[in-house]
Write a protein that binds this ligand. Sequence first.
Ligand SMILES: Cc1ncc(COP(=O)(O)O)c(C=O)c1O
Length: 442
Amino acid sequence: MAHVPRPRTRQLAMYQRAIRTLPGGTDSNFRAWGEDTVYIDRGKGGRIWDLDGNESIDLRMGYGPAILGHADPRVDGYVLERMQRGVSFSLTSEDEVAAAELVCELTFCDMARLTVSGTEATMHAIRVARGFTGRDRIVKFEGQYHGVHDYALISVLPADVSELGDRSEPVRLAWGRGIPAAIQETVVPAVYNDLDGLRRIFEREGEHIAAVLIEPILGNAQGILPQPGFLEGVRAITREFGALLIFDEVKTGFRAATGGAAELFGITPDLATYAKAMGNGYPAAAFGGRRDIMEMLPAKVSHGGTYAGNRVAAAAATQVLSILRDTDALETVRRNGLRVQAGLSEVITRRGLPHVFTGIPAMFGVMFAEQLPPDYRGWADTDHDLYDAVATGMIARGAMPEPDSREPWFMCEAHAEGDLIDRVVSIFAESLDAALEARAQA
Ligand SMILES: Cc1ncc(COP(=O)(O)O)c(C=O)c1O
C-alpha cells in the first residue's frame, strides 16, 4: 500500500514562528528535530494528536511519565479538585506529606523529599551523598543520563562511541560546552556491566568517591539490562569502600515495579531518585533513602525549592501512586509491552532479521542484532541505522516511538484499549518493509 504523507502545514508554520523566540523552536534540546519538530495539540490515553490533527499512537509517553495514559480522568479530576484550594504557598500541605508517605510505602525509602524534576532529584541526591560521606567524586556509567545539571553530564550519549576512549580507561566526555572543568573532574566515568572496571576505579581513588550513581537499567540506551550479579557487585563494592549507592529510578521508578528497579532486582540502594511515572505527566519528582542519610536535611545539607511539593504535583503523585498501589495497572502495562514484543518479533522473524529486545516490557528497545550488548558501546554495533529508519517511518504512519534508537518505547496502561497494539505492530511491519526496500535501492 502506497504511503500517503500526512499534513504538516500548521506544524511547519509553528516551527517558523517558534524558532524566532525558542532556540531550536522548543524548550528542550531533546525535542528539537528541525523541521520535523512535532507540535502537539492534545493526548488521550495511548494516543496523541498534533497541531495538524494527525493522530498517533504514542510510544514515547512524554519520555516515560504517562504510565496510565494521557489525560487520565482519575488523576486529572483529583488534581483539579485539590488545585482549586491554591497551588503554591511555600508552606507545606497535606498533599505533599501524603505523596512522600506513598513514596516511602512503595519503595525502600525511609524518608523522601519532593522536587519538581528528575534533574533536581539527582542533583540533590548527589549533594546529600557528598554531605554524608564528606567526599566529592561521583561514579557514573557511560550512556546514562541523569538530568541537565553539571554533575553527571559526562559520557552520556555520544553518537561516535570511539570518543569514550579505551574501555579500560574511559575518558570524561562532557556533553556540550559550559560545564566547568573543576566539576567535570568530580565525575568518574565507568562502563556498565563491567565490575572489574568499577573495582579498578575504587582501588585507584575509592577514598574520594561519595557515591555510585546508576540507572539500574540503562534506560537512556534502549534499556540495556544489568547482567546477573552486576548490581549485586556494585552494591558490594560501594559498601566495601564506604561509598553510597544511588539508584536513579527516574525512568524505572513506579514502572519496573511499584518499588521500581530496586524491587525488581532485589537490591537496596542507599538513596534513590524518582520522577516521570510518579506524576503521570505532572511535574512530580522525589529523592529519598535511608533515614540516617536523609537526616542530613535540613540542618547539614541545603535543599529547597519554591515549587518543591507544590500542590498540583503533590496531588498528582498522591493519586498516581495510590492507583499503582491499589490496581493492577502495572501488570497491564507489562502485558501491553509483552503483546507488542510478540507482534514485533513475529514481523521481524518473518523477514529473517536478527533482533533482540532490551529492557523490560514496560520500557523496552528493539535492536537489530544477534546478541544483547552489555553496555552503551555495544549499541554502536547494532544496526541502529535500520532502527532509526523504521522509527521515522512509523512516525510518518501514525505510531510514535522516539526517532532515535537509544530511547526505549514506553508502554502505558491505556495502550490496552481498542486495537492500539495491533495497529502498532502493523505500522511497524509497513515501516520495516519500507526501510528495507529503501536500503535495497540505495
Ligand atoms: C534516568 C534519568 N534521570 C534523570 C532525568 C532527568 O529528569 P528530568 O527530565 O525530569 O529533569 C531523566 C530524564 O529523562 C532520566 O531519564
